[in-house]
Write a protein that binds this ligand. Structure first.
Ligand code: HEM
Length: 264
């Protein structure tokens, strides 16, 4: 679809709509955003609750709810990993992870064009966004692996130590099925094993706070600077670009005409 858009400087240019994101990728993105935001809020509440008078039972309840959201996040990320092999071109690993033929040259060209004020356009992730998204995936993997390990360690912990038993239950109080990597605390120095993993989960949390803020700021900056519609593209799948995309010939999903609306 071709429309015209008023540029900030006053000039107008033709906008062309491209099919950017397939439906499973968009569902993953918004479910992931909701789950990560909720886990960040629950994590903050677990860490600071005591300052505001939240007692042991309240903290345990927060931990159980946290685990439910953590398992949902794990399933959603696993689904996305599968879809990176099966999905459309812009959803695949080679369009998401940095690297591959000419990647660093493309990154330099993108950065110098951005700084010079005449940005390059991409239907999928631009080379800088690929770096940012990869950092987010790595941090999610750290949280998932350390979180599931903590769950296994806590599962057989005696109730009087750490938060053992309460964490190993769903919010309704039914026990979580026995995890194959659950550690028998009898004779094992489980507390010592737990400490570095808990620290990895905690520092992963801090880094994820920074990376999430950086992600939102990057989307807003790119949208303001490049005049595209990144946020609505993740809702509708269609991205409107005011210039020829650099990855036009690399994608199997664009450009296509937006389907005409039916008139009744
Ligand atoms: C966005 C992802 C996540 C964030 C931001 C997050 C954040 C946190 C935070 C801040 C804590 C408290 C750490 C502490 O007391 O030192 C925590 C604890 C915990 N998290 Fe996560 N987490 C995430 C994902 C997960 C996942 C995927 C699981 C796995 C099911 C999980 C399971 C746990 C467990 C078992 C604890 C231990 C509770 C405790 O012993 O205090 N988390 N998480």
């Amino acid at each position: 679809m071709v429309a015209r858009k008023q540029h900030a400087a006053g000039a107008s240019y033709p906008l062309r709509a491209y099919r950017a994101w397939d439906a499973p990728t968009r569902w993953f993105h918004w479910i992931n955003a909701i789950l990560v935001a909720t886990l960040l809020i629950l994590g903050t509440a677990m860490l600071t609750g005591r300052w505001f008078g939240v007692g042991d039972e309240g903290t345990h309840q927060l931990q159980r709810i946290h685990v439910v959201f953590g398992v949902a996040l794990t399933l959603n990320v696993l689904w996305r990993c599968y879809w990176a092999f099966r999905g459309s071109r812009s959803a695949q690993w080679r369009a998401v992870l940095p690297g591959g033929h000419g990647y660093w040259k493309d990154l330099r060209a993108y950065l110098s064009a951005f700084v010079a004020g005449h940005p390059q356009y991409y239907i999928g992730h631009n080379p800088l966004a690929r770096l940012g998204v990869t950092v987010l995936f790595i941090l999610l993997a750290v949280q998932i692996l350390s979180g599931l390990t903590l769950l296994g360690i806590d599962q057989l912990a005696p109730p009087e130590r750490w938060v053992g038993e309460p964490t190993a239950q769903w919010p309704v109080g039914t026990p979580i099925p026995y995890l194959p990597w659950a550690i028998d605390w009898t004779g094992a120095d489980a507390a010592a094993i737990r400490t570095p993993i808990r620290l990895a989960h905690l520092y992963g949390f801090y880094l994820l706070v920074i990376a999430t803020i950086q992600h939102v700021v990057a989307v807003i900056t790119t949208e303001l600077r490049e005049g595209g519609d990144l946020v609505s593209a993740m809702l509708t799948g269609w991205k409107s670009l005011p210039g020829r995309p650099e990855d036009e010939n690399k994608t199997d999903v664009g450009p296509r005409r937006r389907p005409a609306r039916r008139r009744h």
